[in-house]
Design a protein around this ligand. Structure first.
Ligand code: IVH
Length: 670
């Protein structure tokens, strides 16, 4: 195909992709299957790869293009990003209406009422229809240039669509938010990785916007609702209803629950109708925003220093109450992390009785100066467990006691240690019953020792019956032990014993991952296995030696050192060796680093063409497959990955970025 022909093809593909993007994300009426969409995107990236000079910044392939930034550029907003005056009282809403009427004597006032989305405000600047710059609110006058991060949000159009006239400059304001579902999922993943949890979807969205690496932002699956035109040159709208319609035509996502109201009574009625209904939404709202519809009237009213006079937020009644904190108990999570929990004098809160609240961690308790017997204010937000907002210090009698995290685990009396560089405290005992189930599950999981049929329910019984006190005990199980378990037949028991036995020969990298050393994931395990070629050698590695390895870093190196220095680790390792579990890599398959590894590729690589990557993998002994399956070892994901990415995530296949892939190739054994 000539370059001209390719150009036309690329142009057509971009238009089609944008059209279907809108159908899917904005209108929620997809017209094609995801697979067809992915294929179009793949085709586009392929053409663009061939003719890189045809790539333009607003191409749909460029959403997750950029490299991590060092820092954000500061931008001065053309018009300040103000905040909204707010109230909790219906009377004050009526006063707001009366004040407007006093200021605009004789004029007819109509309103628009919207949900107040609980996220972070952003400003999107379009120049001649192309998304040029996106900024955070910052201090209202200056914000950060977060364009790279915003481009990863599929509901932000990279180019304005389908309109007769495109404004030469358009600034749109909106709220970036995270749905409740995504929030839960991300926190679950963070919990698995032993990372600190986000307190609520708003914090998660705000935290994500501050990340310097757009690839991580893309994985946060953020979304946007736009709610105001901040500035427009070359087009005009005389009221808010029309402005929202226009934004929608341009391809922006506006909230479907916008309501036009003729007068303040209608406004109040509509606001109240959302008090309970809002719980059913997939995202969080903290109130309603009441805006004057007419742009001319808005102009006349202007703004005070901080807030426009033409709008007010009607906040939902706070879900707060005051009660006594009777004691603090410490729970041990599945990963050994100790979480202090407040036991409260039961109090009514948003229709339920609350007797417990999370205290997150010691730092939080210290920061808020929460003491046992304090009178505290508790709050319930969305579906998050109640939390303590503040202490009523005036109510103190002198009997209140400070809390200190225990030095011994409340479940097993094992040593408790503060996690380096984090606020969490952790029970260090590998055999702590609170963690054991989870550790054994991890050990047996597919990416670790891959012991088929040994699922969570069986592991739970083995731990409960004390047949397994650490994961090495799996290797001394006998068929008779298993048969006694619930829902266990002769055949299954035999199969599991067989599978356990068979797992003794897994690769060293699997074993290293299976040990459950904090911070050591599949990729690091792979690199460690390659560097050290046996558990004994890894055990002897010095901190500096570990730190010198590209992917490892200080925290992981410390964690590895600490793991091998512990006497209980020694115990477990000895048991594994006695059971003849393979603890060294026999370089039988010609020592090739990818021997036995199956790769799938998705998206576009920056440094290599597809076939080059394929050749490299093959030369290093690996194999390549078209589709992701349980057998896939790694998904190599370039920019704009297709549906394979989601499938790999679902199957918990290790996903490698291009850089990770290169690191893997470059780490060779000694
Ligand atoms: S209009 C003057 N409409 O609430 C600010 N804001 O507490 C113009 N917000 O900073 C914004 N939903 O981040 C507007 N439907 C909505 C909103 C909304 C949420 C946020 C916005 C603003 C904050 C003020």
């Amino acid at each position: 195909m000539s370059k001209e022909q390719t150009y036309l093809k690329i142009k057509k593909l971009r238009e089609q992709i944008e059209y279907h993007n809108r159908k899917y994300y904005i209108d929620a009426h997809p017209e094609i299957f995801d697979r067809e969409y992915d294929l179009m995107l793949e085709e586009l990236t392929r053409f663009e790869h061939e003719f890189p000079d045809l790539i333009i910044p607003d191409s749909p392939s460029q959403r997750v293009g950029g490299e991590p930034l060092k820092e954000f550029r500061t931008v001065t907003h053309r018009t300040p990003m103000l905040s909204i005056a707010n109230t909790y009282s219906e009377d004050e809403i009526r006063e707001f209406d009366a004040r407007i009427k006093r200021n605009l004597t004789g004029e007819n006032i109509d309103y628009v009422v919207e949900l107040k989305i609980d996220g972070v405000a952003v400003n999107l600047i379009y120049e001649n229809g192309i998304f040029a710059v996106g900024t955070s609110r910052g201090d209202g006058t200056h914000g950060d240039d977060i364009t790279q991060n915003l481009k990863t949000i599929k509901t932000i159009p990279l180019r304005l669509q389908r309109a007769d006239s495109i404004p030469s400059v358009l600034e749109v304001r909106g709220e970036i938010y995270m749905t409740k579902d995504v929030f839960k999922k991300i926190n679950k993943e963070r919990e698995k990785k032993e990372e600190l949890l986000f307190a609520n979807p708003r914090n998660a969205a705000a935290g994500s916007m501050k990340l310097l690496d757009p690839k991580i932002v893309a994985a946060r699956h953020l979304n946007i609702f736009v709610y105001e035109i901040g500035y427009m040159e070359g087009a005009a709208c005389n009221n808010h209803v029309k402005a929202m319609k226009l934004l929608n035509i341009y391809g922006f996502r506006t909230n479907p629950h916008i309501q036009y109201c003729k007068n303040i009574s209608e406004v109040i009625e509509y606001c109240n109708s959302w008090q309970l209904k809002r719980e059913e939404l997939g995202y969080e709202t903290d109130g309603m925003v009441i805006k004057i519809n007419s742009m001319a009237q808005r102009e006349k009213l202007g703004a005070t220093g901080k807030n426009p006079r033409w709008m007010i937020a009607y906040k939902f009644p706070a879900k707060q109450a005051a009660t006594i904190l009777e004691k603090i108990v410490v729970q041990v999570g599945r990963t050994g992390i100790l979480t202090p929990v407040a036991v409260l004098k039961p109090a009514g809160l948003a229709g339920t009785t609350v007797s417990r609240a999370t205290l997150h961690n010691q730092d939080e308790i210290t920061r808020k100066d929460i003491r046992i017997l304090d009178k505290v204010v508790i709050e319930k937000g969305g579906d998050v467990i109640p939390k303590i907002v503040s202490v009523i210090k005036e109510a103190r009698t002198g009997k209140e006691k400070k809390f200190r995290m225990p030095h011994k685990c409340p479940v097993c009396s094992g040593d408790v240690k503060k996690v380096d560089g984090e606020v969490a405290y952790k029970c260090e005992n590998l055999k702590c019953p609170a963690q054991l189930k989870r550790r054994v599950q991890h050990f047996a999981s597919r990416r670790a020792m891959d012991i088929e049929s040994l699922g969570p329910a069986i592991i739970a019984q083995l731990v409960k019956k004390k047949l397994v006190k650490d994961y090495a005990d799996l290797y001394s199980l006998e068929k008779e032990n298993l048969i006694k378990l619930e829902r266990m037949g002769d055949i299954l028991a035999g199969k599991i014993i067989e599978n356990i036995k068979e797992s003794k020969n897994r690769s060293l990298s699997r074993l290293i991952f299976a040990l459950g050393i904090p911070h050591v994931g599949v990729l690091s395990a792979e690199i460690l296995a390659r560097k050290f070629s046996s558990i004994d050698k890894l055990k002897k590695a010095e901190q500096e030696e570990l730190e010198a390895i590209g992917e490892i870093g200080k925290i992981m190196a410390g964690s590895i050192k600490y793991f091998f220095e512990r006497s209980d680790t020694e115990d477990v390792l000895k048991k594994l060796k006695d059971a003849k579990v393979k603890t060294e890599e026999t370089k039988s398959i010609s020592g090739k680093v990818f021997a036995g590894k199956n790769f799938v590729l998705t998206g576009t690589l920056a440094k290599y063409k597809r076939h080059q990557a394929f050749n490299m993998i093959k030369e290093l002994g690996g194999s390549i497959s078209e589709g992701v399956s349980k057998k896939t070892s790694f998904l190599l994901a370039g920019a704009s990955p297709g549906s394979k990415y989601n499938k790999a995530k679902k199957l918990e296949i290790t996903i490698l970025t291009e850089e990770e892939f290169l690191t893997l190739i470059q780490t060779t054994g000694d």
